[in-house]
Design a protein around this ligand. Sequence first.
Ligand SMILES: NC(=O)c1ccc[n+]([C@@H]2O[C@H](COP(=O)([O-])OP(=O)(O)OC[C@H]3O[C@@H](n4cnc5c(N)ncnc54)[C@H](OP(=O)(O)O)[C@@H]3O)[C@@H](O)[C@H]2O)c1
Length: 272
Amino acid sequence: MLTLQYAMSLKITENFIAITGASSGIGEACAYKLAQNKNNLVLIARRKKNLEAVKNKCLKLGSKKVFILECDVTQIQKSEKKIITFLKKNKIEIKDLINSAGLAKGTELLQNSKSSDMNQMIDTNIKGLLEITKLFLPQIIKHQGCIVNLGSVAGRLVYEGGAVYCATKFAVRAISEGLRMDLKGTGVRVTNIEPGMVDTEFSLVRLGSKQKADAVYADMKALSAYDIAENIFWCLQQPKHINIQELVIYPTDQASVGQVVRGEKSILNLNK
Ligand SMILES: NC(=O)c1ccc[n+]([C@@H]2O[C@H](COP(=O)([O-])OP(=O)(O)OC[C@H]3O[C@@H](n4cnc5c(N)ncnc54)[C@H](OP(=O)(O)O)[C@@H]3O)[C@@H](O)[C@H]2O)c1
């Protein structure tokens, strides 16, 4: 008969929270918040150097185990075997998944936009999110875990120059709703987080220049990645019978898409 000690030493796997887009912005902030609460993490993105830095900080903050999965979410099908081997080798079971990998490219009118930008947004924000979710779903179902998708207010309202990006975020909303239906009865919860303006690398990636990106957040108080991470953590902490389906989070200075106050009317200056 197995001794308890031996049986415990046989504990085959441990539960992890996987975060895509963990090399920057909202994904990175989620990693720190979850590390502070002693979670094991799998950090996923393309920039290995950034992931290494995030991993080291998470270990200092309180995570016992943190693994890096250097991976392009647009190439999941090609790397599927590699990812499954990586999970098995490291005895990782994914319980929860935060899908933060995503981007916008350009603000040109559709008729002036590049096909490569259009494809990159669709491949990353829709297909990448779907592929990685599908890959981890058997484990998430097994552990009655949570899937948190980073949608956007751009998934609720369309704006000029944003047809494709908005379409991808409308898709994230549809995927979140559809998944919730497909997963009913499994105990898995699906949450769509829909932020307004968050000051991250997002605008730098979209506009391609620091000067242009800084102008987006000038003279107003945007949300920080940490604000969003706090709210995601709150969703994950809910008792098992509560599913926060959607959370729309704007900065006070942004009343709606394209409705931003700056300068003296900003919350930065109102109370001075
Ligand atoms: N910032 C905002 O105002 C805002 C508002 C609403 C919603 N969102 C959404 O929030 C999510 C996170 O954005 P953020 O603001 O944190 O922007 P960010 O700082 O630019 O972070 C984006 C993350 O996505 C990763 N990523 C991009 N393409 C990838 C790919 N092909 N494969 C793997 N990882 C990829 C990036 O990592 P690598 O470059 O290292 O791969 C990075 O870690 C996005 O889905 C975005 O659409 C942002």
